[in-house]
Ligand binder design. Structure first.
Ligand code: AMP
Length: 282
């Protein structure tokens, strides 16, 4: 069975041993409750590196007080089985105290990219993400790290952080993995009851509509936003947080669908906030 360690010290010792043998190391940061989306990242990491570390840590500082830190699903035994069968070598599963000991007071704060999209409703979220990912990068010192396009803003932010702070790590983005009916896989999908699960399909339907409009030549961002908004509003259980069209690298809002474009949505289905997106290069 795969080795699970909970301290920075043990993780460093293991990685050091591998590096001394000349082996390359990939890192897949996660909050656990792993599904096929996470698994696709781990698979890619296993293909591209000699050894793979998966971190499983529900990072308290990326949750606001009104969010779902306490109820976020956890199942380390299932995570171990998935990592093991996918070929990962080590799980780093620290406690909050190990990551944020008494007196912890240094944070990574990004000025741009963090204000739009999810940053509007979750103003403290990306500071927490950058801080924990920066720490994981320093602890594991991987050659490559793997992130899903499911969290497209997060991926853009991590790429910018690596560039800004000179982390010597290649960031690999991986495509969104979906359920057979189109819903993007997410640990938070477990919050949905049967009616909500059906209603949640409105996200991927709106994404598909947006993709079709752009593929058919629509270049007016507002037209795309309006069509997707109207589609989502046909679902009574859905409440829109945002529907937006931004530059995929800078996360700046766009009027014209041109360049590398991220079309991203966040929608509450009941109490559960879900996100989805597509990226297109024109
Ligand atoms: P999380 O555990 O939700 O923090 O996600 C850990 C990593 O898995 C992030 O880089 C996510 O973008 C990625 N991920 C989560 N869901 C999916 C999915 N459905 N498809 C691809 N990647 C995903």
């Amino acid at each position: 069975m795969i080795k699970v360690v909970s301290t920075v010290c043990e993780t460093r010792a293991q990685v050091k041993e591998w590096k001394n043998q000349g082996l390359t190391v990939g890192l897949v940061p996660t909050m656990g409750y792993l599904h096929e989306g996470h698994q696709s990242l781990i698979k890619k990491a296993v293909e591209e590196n000699d050894r793979v570390v998966v971190s499983v840590f529900v990072n308290p500082i990326q949750f606001a007080p009104n969010e779902d830190l306490e109820t976020y699903p956890r199942d380390l035994e299932a995570d171990k089985r998935l990592c093991d069968s996918t070929g990962a070598d080590l799980i780093f599963h620290p406690t909050p105290d190990e990551m944020y000991p008494d007196g912890f007071s240094t944070h990574i704060q990004m000025d741009n990219l963090t204000k739009e999209l999810c940053g509007k409703t979750r103003p403290t979220h990306f500071g927490g993400v950058c801080t924990v990912v920066g720490k994981l990068f320093n602890i594991v010192q991987p050659d490559k790290a793997y992130f899903g396009q499911k969290d497209a803003q997060q991926l853009a932010i991590i790429k910018r952080m690596v560039r800004d702070l000179n982390f010597d790590i290649e960031i690999v983005g991986c495509p969104i993995i979906r359920e057979p009916d189109g819903l993007a896989k997410s640990s938070r999908n477990t919050y949905l009851n049967a009616d909500e699960r059906k209603a949640a399909l409105i996200l991927s339907k709106a994404i598909k509509l947006g993709e079709e409009l752009v593929a058919d030549g629509e270049r007016n961002a507002q037209t795309v936003i309006k069509a997707m908004t109207d589609k989502i509003n046909t679902e009574p259980l859905a409440r829109i947080d945002y529907v937006n069209v931004v530059d995929a690298l800078s996360i700046e809002p766009l009027d014209v669908v041109k360049g590398e474009v991220l079309v991203a949505i966040a929608v509450y289905i009941g109490k559960t906030r879900l996100i989805d997106n597509f990226i297109t290069a024109i």
